[in-house]
Design a protein around this ligand. Structure first.
Ligand SMILES: NC(=O)c1ccc[n+]([C@@H]2O[C@H](COP(=O)([O-])OP(=O)(O)OC[C@H]3O[C@@H](n4cnc5c(N)ncnc54)[C@H](OP(=O)(O)O)[C@@H]3O)[C@@H](O)[C@H]2O)c1
Length: 344
């Protein structure tokens, strides 16, 4: 049994050149905890913001980055009954949030920000903050779920405005959250309109099941195309990952009494907002912060039964984290970027 634990750390400052691969001591699970041998990790846009110091410039360093992993339980501490050695699992994005409303201090536990993340060969987690991965997914596919998959599930499949068969859903861009939203909406019997800044990616979104694609660079007022495609009605749901720069178009694209899930900040955090369109048309703006363990377990069941296959753009080796983040920063990806950890 190896006694070293290869671990990424962001230390000494922000930026890709402050990521260091070090040898840490092997963690030992205490009461109620399990140790996971990590097999695969996935990247989220948040990881890029965190590494560059744009997510939280006051974040304490050093910090083990990344929130999303899949692996196998290789040791358990005393008093663990939920899991056994050999179980295939993933940590949840926000430990302590198991269902319902999040605990008031949930941000203190979110992995890779105020709490150490999962970019290591071995990690120790409370057993209650771990879920079994879908049986039909390999580790690389399972590692894509904890943030992007759960966020898309929470946005579209929960609460009073959840997607129903026959609905029309707009997804923005072809990143991790948006492609999960596309696939989940299709699983639920909805019709999907995808936007992208790249026509070749739109072709791939159509091949994944989107009914219509709009290039937001050549058609900046894409809400008009959404309204035309829906015979003037507008979309039932918009998965809003653009943020300040896209919310105006989302409000113009959504139908009266429709729902916008406010998720991302790809085009900025702040900007002018005319609230008239929200109130006059009874639009629901729903803020989404990933989701709970219950959301993750519901997603895993839906994947096993429905057969959804996460879209993996490219796989890097564990030691190539900076290159993988640079690929994310390039915006060339379609779906999720994965790191594989083949040998401890
Ligand atoms: N609130 C939460 O809990 C939560 C959870 C996960 C993610 N997020 C946020 O959601 C956003 C997406 O995250 P992600 O991990 O899915 O990102 P990602 O995989 O890196 O995807 C980014 C993609 O979005 C598209 N895009 C970029 N600028 C755009 C714009 N102005 N309008 C429309 N699309 C645009 C691009 O696709 P094309 O090349 O096809 O145009 C780009 O490839 C980020 O802001 C992230 O921080 C929030």
């Amino acid at each position: 049994m190896t006694t070293r634990n290869r671990q990424w750390r962001l230390e000494g400052g922000f930026g890709l050149d402050h990521l260091r691969l070090i040898d840490a001591p092997m963690p030992v699970p205490g009461p109620g905890q399990v140790r996971i041998r990590v097999e695969a990790l996935s990247l989220n846009y948040r990881d890029l913001l965190i590494t560059q110091g744009q997510y939280d410039p006051r974040m304490a360093l050093p910090r083990v980055p990344l929130s999303d992993a899949a692996g196998v339980v290789d040791a358990i501490g005393p008093d663990v009954t939920r899991l056994r050695v050999g179980d295939r699992v993933s940590p949840i994005f926000a430990p302590t949030w198991h269902g319902g409303e999040p605990p008031a201090d949930v941000l203190a536990h979110a992995l890779g920000h105020r709490a150490d993340g999962v970019a290591a060969a071995f990690i120790v987690m409370p057993a209650v903050d771990v879920v079994r991965t879908p049986a039909r997914l390999d580790a690389a596919a399972a590692a894509t779920l904890p943030c992007a998959g759960v966020t898309a599930w929470h946005a579209l499949m929960t609460g009073p405005g959840a997607v129903r068969p026959g609905d029309t859903v707009v997804v923005q861009g072809t990143g991790g959250v948006s492609l999960f939203a596309l696939q989940l909406a299709r699983l639920a019997g909805a019709r999907v309109i995808a936007t992208s800044g790249d026509d070749a990616k739109l072709e791939r979104a159509l091949a994944l099941g989107a009914a219509y694609g709009i290039n937001y660079r050549t058609t900046p007022q894409w809400s008009k195309a959404v309204r035309a495609f829906t015979d003037g009605r507008g979309a039932d749901h918009v998965v809003e990952v653009g943020g300040a720069g896209t919310l105006g178009e989302s409000l113009a694209a959504v139908r009266p009494c429709g729902r916008i899930s406010v998720i991302g900040v790809l085009s900025g955090r702040q900007g002018p907002l005319d609230v008239t369109a929200i109130l006059m048309r009874n639009v629901t703006l729903q803020g989404i912060f990933v989701g709970s363990r219950a959301d993750f377990e519901d997603l895993a069941r839906a994947i096993d039964v429905g057969g959804l296959a996460p879209v993996v753009d490219r796989t890097f080796d564990f030691a190539e984290l900076p290159a993988a983040l640079a690929h994310l920063a390039s915006g060339r990806h379609f779906g999720k970027i994965v790191l594989r950890k083949d040998d401890p």
